[in-house]
Structure formats: structure tokens, C-alpha cells
Ligand binder design. Structure first.
Ligand code: ADP
Ligand code: ASP
Ligand code: MG
Length: 450
């Protein structure tokens, strides 16, 4: 299929929140015959309900209330469809198994059961969306992504086996595309033991990119609730504006450093396989959006500002580090043993500052007592929370003069906790207190972009 236009479209939670929203998405698919695969998120609000079921110990009444709220979200969509009874049966089946899983989880509290719970949202929205497509005469068919999206068993942040995905898609998904539009689930997969896994919150963007790569798609469209990637989160700065074109490198930095518009890993498959990505609003498809590609004509010094909350700063200090070799290797050895990946790092003569991302939805303290105790065998350890990371994304940032003053002179009264600059030409980032985050983004956006 390599020379034929073949597009994958992904619709996020708000795009599939209700019948009206789903219908708008279905019309987009109908108007784009080259879109043969649709990846959907759970209807807005459903995953958050599922997170509560999977993480909190609840009474049976509390569990039933949540499950009924989910049923209402789905039934409010199916009531507009002629296949309502049949769809409701399928939803009831998923919710029946959810009821059992949620009950078990109250005593079990395992990540494995947690993932089986979290997957229920996408399982339902995909069934319903396929029917919405059929209601406007598009041959939509729901397809269980777990039949192709093979992962390891790292529940909650499972790693996809890319080769297996390609083989599985060639065998069981691609042959279906000539006659049907496949509607499948983002965010979920299956491990070698046959258990359901999830790829991390917001993971549907990444699922869509992986599927686009696996089937040799020529384009990927991410349909969301904003008309493209903005110069910063429009919910933080009202003066933010949409960016018509952006390079993979810049967009990847934005996603990595907290721009929620794209899951951090989304652009990895797209870059690897040179698949252009479009980001637009399913509410206003005619308003255009952002094209993300390898090379773009405009390369402004400042492209956007991203904000990532819930950062943890760990400072390790040891006089023994002075002129000693191997200290950092030991610190990293301990972190690797606990599967902690370091984000940013700065060093001084006798101390090292490291930051860690605290993915939304995680309940456990990332840097727990065991890690601290092990590090304390080596050095003095300080752990600080309630920090956020601000990333200035652009071009040639490593070689621009006056950068420091144009950024930091505008936020003189802010306590900057760490600055990382020079490793990438696309990014300069620093840490500030959580309470200062929005203000810093707004101030810098007004100075650098307006
Ligand atoms: P979806 O459910 O479609 O995946 P998300 O809520 O995950 O949507 O992502 C869209 C949201 O990302 C927007 O509503 C916006 O608030 C936020 N966002 C953060 N940074 C940016 C940015 N730079 N440009 C556009 N939106 C952004
Ligand atoms: N439904 C999942 C979430 O809310 C995945 C996604 O929407 O991308 O995190
Ligand atoms: Mg998202």
C-alpha cells in the first residue's frame, strides 16, 4: 500500500464525548476516503472514573455509582442510534466484567487488574464509534487492538513490541482496509500472557502513531479540542496562537516537556518512519491545524513554551565526589535498579541535581523511601516536590546570543531552581515552584511571542 494515500485518524476523549461530537468525527472520516484506520480514546471523563475504580478502595455503593455514571455517558450516545439495543448489550457486557474487576481490585490492588479496568473505556467507545460511522453509511468495523498491539507486562506503562505489531498488522489488520474503515482502541495492548495492558495516560496518540507506522500509512491526523499546536497551552495564556507548521524536532520537545496536546512518545514512530502528522480540532475541521514534518521553512528562535507539572528535584551531595570518578555511575546504577529515569541533570563540584517526572495518575511516590535509603549510603540526599518545568522550544537556541537576558530578565522576581541549556538546539528549560508556573508561562509568552 506504500504509494497509495493511507491515513490514520485519532480522536481524543472530547472528540468522542457524546453523540454530536462523534458524529462530527464520523463526517470527517466520510470526507477523507484515504482514512482507513480510526483510533479512539475513551469518551471524555470515562478514564478518570476508571482510574478512581482502579486506585481507590471504595464501598460497593461507591463502585456502583461510578459504573452507573459510565453507563450513562455511553447510553447517552447509543440512544441516538438505531442499533441502540445491541450496543447497550455490548456495553453492559464490558461493564459487567468491569464490576467484577473493580470488586477484585479493592482487595487485590494490582497493576495488572488496574490495566484491565482502565482499558474498559476505549473498549466501549470503539464499539460505539464504529456504529456512528455505519449510521452515516461508512463501513466502520470495531477491531480489538489487543490482537495486534503486543506489549511487555509493565502494567500502566507497557512497552510495545514494534516488530510484532508490524507482523500482526500485516496479517490481520491491513487485509481488512480495502473494504472497511477499522475503528480501534488507543491506549491499550496485550502482553505475552494474554493480559490487557495500557501505555500510560494520554497514550492513544502514541497508539495511533505506532499503528500508522505498522501499516505504512502516509499520514496521521490527531483530532482534538484545539485547532492545532499553539505557542503555549491556550488554557494558560489566552494570547496563545496556533502554529501552522512545526518540525518533528520542535514538536517532540514540546510533547516531551509537557505540552499535553501530544503524548510524549507520539512523534517517535512518526519521525522514524517519516509520517507527516496533522493536529486539528474535530469541532472545527475547516479551521485547519498544525502540520508536523521533517523540515519546515520557518525556523523562529522562539516557537513555543511548554509546562510540565509535578516534577521532583533530587539533590545528591557528597564531598567524596570532589575529583572522584564513578560517583555518578553509582547514583545512576541505583536509579536504574529502581527503574527511575532521570530527566534533567546539572552538576557542581560536590553535588548533582536531578529531576524526575511524576506521571499524572501515579499514586506511589516516585522517589520512595527505599531509593532514598540506598542513595543515602553514598551521599546526602534532598528530595523536593511541588516544582514545575518550563521549556522554551525553538531553533538554534544553543547558538543564540542574548537568550539568557531575553528570558530571565522578564522573570527576575522568580526563584529559578535549575537551568538546562545547551544539550539541544531546540530547547532551554528550567524549574520553578509549582505556584509560579502559570504566571511564568504567561509572562514569557507575552514577552517572547506577542
Ligand atoms: P485529547 O483528549 O484530544 O487527547 P488532550 O486534552 O489530551 O486532548 O490535549 C488537548 C489539550 O492540550 C488542549 O485542550 C490544551 O489545553 C492542551 N495543550 C497543552 N499545551 C498545548 C499547546 N502547546 N497547544 C495546544 N494545546 C495544548
Ligand atoms: N483514555 C486514556 C486517557 O484518558 C488515553 C487517551 O485518551 O489518550 O488517558
Ligand atoms: Mg491527549
Amino acid at each position: 500500500m506504500s504509494n497509495i494515500a493511507l491515513n490514520v485518524a485519532k480522536f481524543g476523549g472530547t472528540s468522542v464525548a457524546d453523540h454530536e461530537a462523534m458524529l462530527r468525527c464520523a463526517q470527517i472520516i466520510k470526507s477523507q476516503p484515504e482514512t482507513r484506520v480510526v483510533v479512539v480514546s475513551a469518551s471524555a471523563g470515562v478514564t478518570n472514573h476508571l482510574v478512581t475504580l482502579s486506585q481507590k478502595v471504595l464501598t460497593s455503593e461507591e463502585r456502583s455509582t461510578i459504573i452507573e455514571d459510565i453507563r450513562v455517558i455511553q447510553y447517552n450516545i447509543t440512544q441516538h442510534l438505531s442499533a441502540e439495543a445491541n450496543l447497550n448489550n455490548q456495553i453492559d457486557e464490558v461493564l459487567k466484567s468491569l464490576t467484577e474487576l473493580a470488586k477484585q481490585q479493592d482487595t487485590l490492588q494490582t497493576a495488572k487488574t488496574g490495566d484491565a479496568i482502565l482499558a474498559c473505556g476505549e473498549r466501549m467507545s470503539s464499539i460505539v464509534f464504529a456504529e456512528v460511522l455505519r449510521s452515516i453509511n461508512v463501513a466502520g468495523v470495531a477491531f480489538d487492538v489487543r490482537d495486534v498491539m503486543q506489549t511487555n507486562s509493565l502494567y500502566g506503562k507497557a512497552v510495545v513490541d514494534i516488530e510484532a505489531l508490524a507482523t500482526n498488522c500485516a496479517q490481520s489488520l491491513t487485509p481488512l482496509l480495502t473494504k472497511q474503515v477499522i475503528v480501534t482502541q488507543g491506549f491499550i495492548g496485550k502482553d505475552g500472557l494474554g493480559n490487557t495492558t495500557t501505555l500510560g495516560r494520554g497514550g492513544s496518540d502514541y497508539s495511533a502513531a505506532l499503528i500508522a507506522e505498522a501499516i505504512g500509512a502516509t499520514g496521521l491526523s490527531i483530532w482534538t479540542d484545539v485547532v492545532g499546536i499553539f505557542t503555549t497551552d491556550p488554557r494558560i495564556a489566552s494570547s496563545a496562537r496556533a502554529i501552522p507548521e512545526i518540525s518533528f524536532g520542535e514538536a517532540a520537545e514540546m510533547a516531551t516537556f509537557g505540552a499535553k496536546i501530544l503524548h510524549p512518545a507520539t512523534l517517535i514512530p512518526a519521525m522514524r518512519s517519516s509520517i507527516p502528522v496533522f493536529v486539528g480540532s474535530s469541532r472545527e475541521p475547516e479551521a485547519g491545524g498544525t502540520q508536523i514534518m521533517q523540515e519546515v521553512a520557518s525556523k523562529p528562535t522562539y516557537r513555543s513554551i511548554a509546562l510540565r507539572r509535578e516534577q521532583t528535584l533530587v539533590t545528591v551531595k557528597s564531598p567524596a565526589m570532589l575529583h572522584a570518578s564513578g560517583f555518578l555511575a553509582q547514583v545512576f546504577g541505583i536509579l536504574a535498579k529502581h527503574e527511575l529515569s532521570v530527566d534533567l541533570i546539572t552538576t557542581s563540584e560536590i553535588s548533582v541535581a536531578l529531576t524526575f517526572d511524576n506521571p499524572t495518575g501515579s499514586t506511589q511516590a516516585l522517589i520512595n523511601q527505599a531509593v532514598v535509603e540506598e542513595l543515602e549510603q553514598l551521599c546526602e540526599v534532598t528530595v523536593e516536590h511541588e516544582l514545575c518545568l518550563i521549556a522554551i522550544v525553538g531553533n538554534g537556541l544553543d547558538a543564540s546570543s542574548g537568550l539568557g537576558s531575553s528570558i530571565f530578565n522578564n522573570i527576575e522576581d522568580i526563584n529559578i531552581r535549575m537551568i538546562c541549556h545547551g544539550a539541544s538546539s531546540n530547547n532551554l528549560c528550567f524549574l520553578v515552584n509549582e505556584a509560579d508556573g502559570n504566571n511564568v508561562v504567561e509572562t514569557l509568552h507575552d514577552k517572547l511571542f506577542v
